[in-house]
Design a protein around this ligand. Structure first.
Ligand code: C2O
Ligand code: CU
Ligand code: CU
Length: 511
């Protein structure tokens, strides 16, 4: 359990920690991992992976390495690497050449997955499967962090529907540092409902993991956050690369966007007006595609795009840009940043595919069906000077929950989050482990309306969510169907700096 005073000293301690890490990384030298020269993602399959005895067994390692990110000196990084022990050989994609990102895990719904995870980082760690519904001992709760040299055996059945999930470390107060150093990867689930749509696949299914980083003069990652904004860095990396360009043909692509940044919220659009046709969100496909004028993507959130480049002129580029916006508080939204280019380099094969009008079946939850319809659980975001932002009035407590952070497995509840009192008031990406939920509604107090108007047309609130952005002066109501596994699950702000400062709580599910 961490006391408040320990939390208060956190920023200083972290600054010391990164120095120590730099030393140990330098002493460690490079580790070569995984299979070289792979494609960004493994499969050549057309309709998802075969049901190869419905299981996937992986051996994975977290270790120290280096990557050439900027010209000049290589950057010390922490990486996930791995190999398939049994099951589909395409269950673990080849690493993106030169990227620090971990290999993409790719499975069918219903598979049993086991991952033997070895920690060779020199510091404790544990891995969380963001968005997946797994038993609490498999969820990467900080209480299960293992020391360097240790191994954790993750084993779970994939209950989730097709979608773009991801994995990253989750040790208490060190999640940000470890993600900053490179530890993260995608976890893609396929299912039969998705397969029937015949969406673009293989090389037409493109992951775009957006992260921002600051570098020091020796090209090393700089961990220089503040307690209000978190870490807003100036260099955008996509899939671990600066100035990212994806070479395309005049074809249709499925683009999976993940905001894997610490703190930065993006306001995304194409500079040439290419439509942003969203087909999926955190928890997979939407019921129907929705075209947005721009997309707000806060840390931890995902959207999937149907990107139709068939009408493009060869030799042109479509630039995905994050525009500045006001209203999210602090320095959030001040910068305009180019994210990446889709470079239209060669003619596509004839392709007559059409955007499906119906994508998936989503059972819409109703407020009147919630077991606590008259007594909503209400959690306030507040701030205490010298401590940081709090959820439900308290900092993270390793094993503790408050009386209002307990529920029965399988029940549908309404949960109200308020962001109306803290000063300074900033936007936060709020994330619940272990279940996908629906957003019932948002209410914005008069003083927040102008800010909300800057972002509201790009906030993707339909479909299944596990992370959502709450703006200053806002109240958001969620309808949450609690999972079937009892235990202790985290919920927290996915601004990793806020999370590590204690903006995280436990939620206990009882049988
Ligand atoms: Cu990606 Cu606890 O979260
Ligand atoms: Cu999570
Ligand atoms: Cu926050």
């Amino acid at each position: 359990m961490t006391s408040k005073s320990e939390r208060i000293g956190w920023l200083g301690a972290m600054a010391a920690g990164i120095v120590a890490l730099g030393v140990s990384l330098a002493a460690h030298g490079a580790i070569v991992s995984g299979q070289p020269n792979g494609q960004p993602r493994g499969g050549n399959y057309k309709l998802g992976l075969p049901d190869l005895d419905k299981q996937l067994s992986l051996s994975m390692t977290q270790s120290l390495s280096t990557r050439q990110i900027l010209p000049g000196q290589a950057t010390n990084v922490m990486v996930y690497s791995g190999r398939v022990l049994s099951g589909s050989p395409d269950g673990l994609g080849a690493p993106i050449p030169g990227s620090y990102l971990g290999p993409t895990i790719e499975v069918q719904q219903g598979w049993s997955v086991s991952i033997n995870m070895k920690n060779e980082l020199g510091v404790p760690s544990v891995t969380h499967w963001h968005g997946l519904d797994v038993p609490d001992t498999m969820d990467g709760h900080p209480r299960f962090a293992i020391p360097s040299g240790g191994t954790y055996q993750y084993k779970f059945k994939v209950l989730n529907r097709a979608g773009t999930y991801w994995y990253h470390p989750h040790p208490d107060m060190q999640t940000g540092t470890q993600v900053l150093n490179g530890l993260a990867g995608l976890f893609i689930v396929h299912d039969e409902e998705e397969a029937r749509l015949n969406l673009p696949s293989g090389k037409y299914d493109v992951p775009v993991v957006i992260q921002d980083r600051n570098f020091d003069s020796a090209n090393q990652f700089l961990n220089n956050p503040n307690g209000i904004d978190g870490l807003l860095a100036s260099t955008v990396l996509v899939n671990g690369k600066a100035n990212y360009e994806h070479s395309c043909s005049t074809s249709v692509y499925r683009v999976r966007l993940l905001n894997g940044s610490h703190s930065r919220i993006y306001k995304l659009a194409f500079t040439d007006g290419t439509p942003l046709t969203v087909i999926g969100s955190d928890g997979g496909l939407l019921a129907q595609p929705i075209v947005y004028p721009y997309i707000m993507l806060s840390p931890g959130e995902r959207v999937e795009l149907w990107l139709d480049l068939r009408g493009k002129t060869l030799g042109t580029k479509s630039t995905l840009r994050s525009s500045s916006f006001a209203g999210a508080g602090g320095a959030q939204g001040v910068a305009t940043l180019d994210i990446m280019n889709f470079s239209i380099d060669y003619p596509g094969e004839p392709d007559s595919r059409v955007l499906p009008t119906n994508l998936s079946e989503i059972q819409v939850y109703r407020l009147q069906d919630a077991v606590n319809v008259n007594t909503p659980k209400t959690y306030a975001i507040t701030r205490v000077n010298g401590v940081g932002y709090l959820l439900n009035g308290a900092v993270f407590d390793m094993l503790g929950t408050s009386a209002n952070e307990v529920a029965t497995c399988g029940t549908l509840e309404v949960i109200t989050i308020t962001n109306t009192t803290s000063s300074p008031n900033v936007a936060h990406p709020i994330h619940f482990h272990g279940r996908q939920f629906q957003i019932l509604d948002r209410t914005t107090a008069p003083s927040g309306v102008a800010g909300w108007n800057n972002v509201k047309d790009g906030v993707q609130d339909t479909g299944w969510k596990d992370t959502f952005m709450i703006m200053p002066q806002q109240t958001v109501r969620l309808l949450v169907r609690h999972g079937k596994y009892p235990g202790l699950y985290n919920w927290h702000c996915h601004n990793l700096v806020h999370e590590d400062m204690g903006m995280m709580r436990n939620f206990r599910l009882q049988p």
